[in-house]
Ligand binder design. Sequence first.
Ligand SMILES: N[C@H](CCC[C@H](N)C(=O)O)C(=O)O
Length: 279
Amino acid sequence: MQFTKMQGAGNDYVYIDCFAQPTPENIADLAIRISDRHFGVGGDGLVLIQPSEIADARMRMFNADGSESEMCGNAIRCVAKYLYDHDIRRTPTLNIETGVGVLKLDLQAEGDRVQQVTVNMGKPILEAAEVPTTILPSGRVVDEKFEIDGHQLSVTCVSMGNPHCVCFVESATDELVLGLGPKIEVDPRFPNRTNVEFVEVISRGELRQRTWERGSGETWACGTGASAVCAAAVLSGRTDRDVLIHLLGGDLRLRWDEASGDMFKTGPAVEVFTGQWEG
Ligand SMILES: N[C@H](CCC[C@H](N)C(=O)O)C(=O)O
């Protein structure tokens, strides 16, 4: 089976072109094996690029633990790049079917290769009642007190179709990200687990984010996470609506459009290599 390794701001996945070959079987097991950085190809998970009856293509994304997510912000940019660069859909705008509906993407190409993509991520979901995967106390969950493992955090829970628990901190230390992150991920207050973002405010237009991802551990970037962070930062009065977010693997530009309520995310997409999976 042929695969293509791609990364968006260092969030790296193994992609399977299901236009050119059948959708693999036992996908969760394949995601676990192919993501292994010692015995497999290595990556934060597996992404299927499939034909769609309602859009230019469909994206299905699986974390390194085999769990499927509703959406993946960095991967969808790479899916768009793959479709354009490989002449499957060579248009400057694409519609991609995801677990949160059909999202619209604007591709920025130099020559015949896409360099970066702007994704309309849709509307952040903030009300606890509307956020089925986040069950903190009712009402708008901005800067909610959240105690865990003896730590007093204030968290803002946001869904981008997948769950995010955003914590603004003085410093996103290993103790928080690698120590508390995995405990928050599986805390029973999050019935479908959660992604966890630890965020430092640099200015009203600049943030630094580290992410402990549901199903993959710390990743070098999280696109849905950055979208959730932007919403949380704006709602809690920490930033303006247009912010640059620095992540371990690169920068993402977020803009929460006031008129439409839609979140726009712009970032890079890179094809690293293609290979044959014998596993
Ligand atoms: N681990 C996430 C999916 C990948 C999200 C992230 N890599 C992104 O770019 O949005 C979840 O289970 O919800």
